[in-house]
Design a protein around this ligand. Structure first.
Ligand code: G6P
Ligand code: MN
Length: 423
C-alpha cells in the first residue's frame, strides 16, 4: 500500500507522523511518498519521519519527491495538505479584504475565496494524475470548496477533512463543565460553518437548552483558535452550539476593528515563529528518538487524517465528521452540496447520516454561505471573472458590488503567479 503526502514539508507534519505511528500496526508495510516544492522543509520532515519510525520500530518506508507524478504513481491514498504560495500568500488573503473593511481570514470570506482560487487548480492537477480508484484525503483549504471542485469536475474520489470540530467540542466541554472524553456533538452544516443541536455524553442524550440556560458567559480569554466568551454569548442567543468561525459572521464589524488594531496578520505571526520551529524540528530529527515540537498541528490533526485513511482502507464503518456530498443528510442544503456532517466511513468512502434540517436562526446564513461556495468553486475551476465577482457579491461579509470588485481586482493581481485559470 502506498500513501502520497502532498505538502509533506508542512509544519503540521510532526503531528501527521505521530498519527501514522499511532496506527503503525494497522498500516504496517506502507510506502510513504513525501512530496513538497520546498526542498529544505521536505528534507527536514523526511529525516524526522525516518528517525521517528525507526526509533519506534514502525514498518513504514519514506521516499522524498519533488516531482508530482512519481509521488502519485501507484498511491491508493493521496493526502493533500499544502498551501499554494505559502504563508506569504496567506498574508495577502488576510490583508486585502481588511483594507476594504471586510474580515480578512484564511478560509472564511474573501480571504478564503482567494485561497480557493489558488488551491483548486493544483487539486485538479493531482486528481487528473491520480491512479484510478485512489482516494484524495484533503486538508488543503478551503476544504469543502476544494472537495466540491474535484468531486464535481473530475472522476476522482475525494473526502474533505477539518479537525475543527474536535477542538470546538473540547471548548464546549470546558464551557459546559463536561468531560471531553465521551462527549459527542452532532456538528452539521458547512465546513467552518457548522452548528450542533445535539450533544451526547457516553451515548446519553443531553438537554442542550437546559445546559445553555445555566451557562455563564466567561470574560475575555480569546486565543488565535478560541473565543469562548463570544461562543457562549452566541450559544445563549441561538439556543445551540456554534462553530468557532461563527464569530466572523455574528461579530463581523468588531472583528474587523480588532484585526486592524492588532497590526499584524496571523500569517505574519506564524512566519515570525516558523524559523525557530523548523530549527527545533531539524535538531530533533537528528536525534536517536526524536520528539518534535507540538507548536503547529499538535492536537488531533494528524491522528484524525490517518484514522480516516484507516477507516476507508480497513472498511471500519467508523462514525466521523467529514466533508462529503449531502444527498439528503441535511435537507436545508442542496443535495449536491458538499456538507460537513457525521458520516460512516468505510471502503466506499463516507456515507453521510441523516441529520435533519438546520436550525432556523442560522438556516438562511448557511444557505447563503453555500451559494457563495458553489460560485467560488465554479470560478476557481473556470477562471471566469464574472462568476468570481458574483461569488464575492454573494458572500455574507461583503454586501457591496464595489467592495467585491476592489477585492477581486487586487486579489487576482496579487496572486497572479498562482492563478493560471485566470490567464
Ligand atoms: C483550524 C482550522 C484549519 C485552519 C487552522 C489555522 O485548525 O480548522 O482549517 O487551517 O485552524 O490555524 P493557524 O494556526 O494556521 O492559524
Ligand atoms: Mn479547518
Amino acid at each position: 500500500m502506498k500513501i502520497a503526502i502532498i505538502g509533506a514539508g508542512s509544519g503540521y507534519m510532526p503531528g501527521v507522523i505521530r498519527g501514522l505511528l499511532h496506527r503503525a500496526d494497522d498500516l504496517a508495510g506502507t510506502e510513504l511518498a513525501f512530496h513538497d516544492v520546498d526542498t529544505a522543509h521536505l528534507d527536514v520532515m523526511t529525516r524526522l519521519a525516518r528517525g521517528m519510525f525507526s526509533a519506534r520500530g514502525a514498518a513504514f518506508t519514506v521516499e522524498a519527491h519533488t516531482g508530482l507524478k512519481p509521488a502519485l504513481n501507484g498511491a491508493s491514498y493521496i493526502f493533500t495538505t499544502f498551501r499554494p504560495g505559502g504563508l506569504a500568500a496567506r498574508h495577502l488573503d488576510e490583508s486585502i479584504p481588511l483594507e476594504h473593511g471586510v474580515v480578512g481570514q484564511e478560509t472564511a470570506g474573501p480571504g478564503g475565496f482567494l485561497m480557493a482560487l489558488r488551491s483548486v487548480p493544483v487539486l485538479l492537477e493531482i486528481a487528473s494524475a491520480a491512479d484510478p480508484g485512489a482516494w484524495i484525503v484533503n486538508y488543503t483549504n478551503p476544504t469543502n470548496i476544494v472537495t466540491d471542485a474535484v468531486a464535481r469536475t473530475t472522476g476522482a474520489r475525494i473526502i474533505g477533512l477539518c479537525d475543527q470540530f474536535i477542538g470546538d467540542t473540547e471548548m464546549w466541554a470546558d464551557l459546559l463543565g463536561l468531560p471531553f472524553e465521551g462527549l459527542e456533538a452532532d456538528w452539521i452544516g458547512l465546513n467552518h460553518a457548522t452548528w450542533a443541536q445535539r450533544l451526547r455524553l457516553d451515548g446519553r442524550e443531553l438537554d442542550v437548552p437546559l445546559l445553555l440556560d445555566g451557562l455563564e458567559v466567561p470574560g475575555d480569554g480569546a486565543t488565535p483558535w478560541r473565543d469562548p466568551s463570544r461562543m457562549a454569548e452566541l450559544a445563549k442567543a441561538l439556543g445551540f452550539l456554534p462553530n468557532s468561525y461563527s464569530k466572523y459572521y455574528f461579530f463581523h464589524d468588531e472583528v474587523v476593528g480588532e484585526l486592524r488594531a492588532k497590526g499584524t496578520t496571523r500569517a505574519q505571526d506564524i512566519l515570525a515563529m516558523l524559523p525557530g520551529y523548523y530549527e527545533q524540528v531539524a535538531a530533533e530529527s537528528r536525534k536517536a528518538d526524536p520528539d518534535p515540537s507540538r507548536e503547529r498541528g499538535g492536537g488531533e490533526h494528524g491522528e484524525f487524517a490517518v484514522d480516516v485513511i484507516c477507516a476507508i482502507h480497513r472498511d471500519e464503518g467508523r462514525r466521523m465528521i467529514v466533508n462529503t456530498r449531502n444527498g439528503g443528510a441535511v435537507p436545508s442544503l442542496d443535495a449536491d452540496a458538499i456538507v460537513e456532517v457525521p458520516s460512516l466511513v468505510g471502503r466506499s468512502g463516507p456515507v453521510p447520516l441523516t441529520m435533519g434540517a438546520l436550525p432556523g436562526p442560522v438556516r438562511g446564513l448557511t444557505q447563503a454561505i453555500h451559494a457563495y461556495e458553489r460560485l467560488a468553486s465554479e470560478a476557481a475551476v473556470t477562471g471566469d471573472r464574472r462568476t468570481a465577482l458574483q461569488a464575492l457579491m454573494a458572500h455574507p461579509f461583503v454586501r457591496s458590488k464595489h467592495t467585491a470588485e476592489h477585492i477581486l481586482d487586487e486579489g487576482l493581481a496579487a496572486h497572479r503567479a498562482h492563478l493560471p485559470q485566470f490567464g
